[in-house]
Write a protein that binds this ligand. Sequence first.
Ligand code: XMP
Length: 325
Amino acid sequence: SWTTGNVIDEQVTAIQAQVGTKRAICGLSGGVDSAVAAALVQKAIGSQLTCVYVDHGLMRKGETEQVEKDFVAATGVQLKVVDAQERFLAALAGVSDPEEKRKIIGREFIRVFEQAQAEIVAEAPGDQPVEFLVQGTLYPDVVESGGGTGTANIKSHHNVGGLPEDLEFQLIEPLRKLFKDEVRMVGQELGLPDEIVQRQPFPGPGLGIRIVGEVTRDRLDLLREADAIAREELTAAGLDREIWQCPVVLLADVRSVGVQGDGRTYGHPIVLRPVSSEDAMTADWSRLPYEVLAKISTRITNEVADVNRVVLDVTSKPPGTIEWE
Ligand code: XMP
């Protein structure tokens, strides 16, 4: 029967058999899935694992610092932080198509992991080779990327359908059969703190798939501000556990007319996409209190330059997906 203890024991044995005395790296994203996958693999192979955090510049405010602080404190894992902002921005320049963005981000992740692999080997040359890449892929990621049986490809999750074909790593994906609530239970059992285990989902491609249009540094900065305000107000209202997640989306190619003071504005809309869900396979839009929505709207339009409108997405999944891209 299914218990978190069984899942952990089974995976630890399987990972030890797969890796032997070789080494592995694990991409950490700041999210629940990669954190739990890393903790599980660490339990199996200890210091043969190095975690790699790729700062691709598509992160939310404060996220990089949080990973460095929370996760390392909780697990004591070896962490390598790679600043890859320029690289991702350059690769995404001129690209607006959602699937193309996802593929580029998935590919660049792997290129950065390969570079990290070479550096780890160079730092400890006599040691065993780094042949394995750990990913926090969940069952829904596999299904929705078309990896299940008889399912259509809805979107290429960066760590499934977005992988390059010339991948040289062998993958370790200990959460591939689990749903999010099960992953949270496994994380808890492994002793990870609530700040990690109860964190709301955030996609690996980050804000890159929350800008409808081309991804640029200015747009990322703008969206980061709007997102930070929305998160701050939702937390202040005590709604973090009630909502599954709330993507904040910038419609970068849309402009509308507004008025501020005596002047005309011609700015961009920000979309709020709060949803409730059990497993992200289906979702409903959250009925947030009007006062909270009002506060978020007022603050975003006052505090974020070039945004003059805030709109609420009231679509369930299906027919909408949770993310806009
Ligand atoms: P959708 O938009 O497909 O999202 O309804 C379902 C859940 O998956 C998250 N998501 C991703 N997570 N890599 C991830 O790690 C991805 O490429 C990706 N795309 C979507 C999304 O935030 C939601 O929780």
